[in-house]
Design a protein. Structure first.
Length: 263
């Protein structure tokens, strides 16, 4: 089991690895990768129990060359070969921490090491109206979404942030102050479960309740689309983590990200 001192969930938290929460995020990624421009050479494929996601245009980006699911020797080697054809040198495997000890040993033997420890949280979907100033982004608002993400997250190719717009199960919300877009966040619904992610606020609008409004909007939209539970992944102890806990999210399980060292 991977351990990182100082990054613990709160005392008394009940940790239960819920595979369906991992599965709905993987389904969301599949839609986002599938929505990318063909020229980016995006790959989405299942290899046994592994889901393989890669982007040939960004071979050095660990965030865009990812494996989810449970690795086994043959499936892991095949998945790595597929990413290798895209030029990926340092892919990431996302694995619920401690859920599959044999898989952790296998990753270590293939040159992977745990680099980041995240935590999965979940909460009930809460019916409600869209907060004032928050709207659902249409497919024609890709530039707006990308602009907010570029300011909030930093310089990532804007085509990434457009990928999910208009895809099945995907909803993007945008928060505005007047006519200026200042925040955004994604929602993906599949059956009873929903995933939220890619939420950010532009630096000049932080501390004004934008994050809370974007969160509230997605919880309400998830409920309206039939979901009963919403999950999210973040850094334990971060500002986002604290906001989510205040909003009623509970810890489900830690998620370790294993990164392969370049040869």
């Amino acid at each position: 089991m991977v351990r990182h001192a100082g990054d613990r969930p709160p005392a008394g938290a009940v940790l239960t690895a819920l595979p369906e929460l991992e599965a709905v995020e993987a389904a969301a990624w599949r839609e986002q990768y599938a929505g990318l421009d063909p020229e980016l050479r995006a790959l989405t494929v299942d290899v046994g129990a592994l889901q393989v996601f890669g982007v040939g245009a960004w071979p050095d980006s660990a965030w865009h060359n990812v494996l989810t699911g449970r690795p086994e020797p043959k499936t892991l080697d095949l998945a790595l070969a597929l990413l290798g054809r895209l030029g990926a040198t340092a892919p990431v495997v996302q694995l619920p921490e401690g859920a599959h000890p044999a898989a952790e040993e296998l990753l270590a033997a293939r040159g992977f090491a745990p680099t980041t420890r995240l935590v999965r949280l979940h909460a009930p979907a809460v019916p409600g109206e869209l907060p004032a100033g928050v709207e659902v982004a249409g497919t024609d608002q890709g530039s707006t979404v990308a602009s907010v993400c570029l300011k909030g997250f930093g310089q990532v190719d804007q085509r990434w942030w457009r990928g999910g717009l208009g895809r099945e199960g995907w909803t993007q919300v945008v928060a505005r102050t007047g006519d200026v877009a200042v925040g955004t966040g994604a929602l993906f619904v599949r059956g009873d479960d929903a995933w939220i992610g890619s939420a950010t606020t532009v630096p000049e609008a932080r501390g004004r309740g934008v994050h809370a409004a974007v969160l509230q909007a997605r919880l309400g939209l998830a409920a309206a689309q039939g979901a009963t539970r919403v999950s999210v992944k973040c850094l334990p102890g971060s500002a986002s983590y604290r906001s989510l806990v205040r909003a009623g999210f509970a810890v489900s399980h830690p998620v370790a990200q294993w990164r392969r060292r370049p040869a």
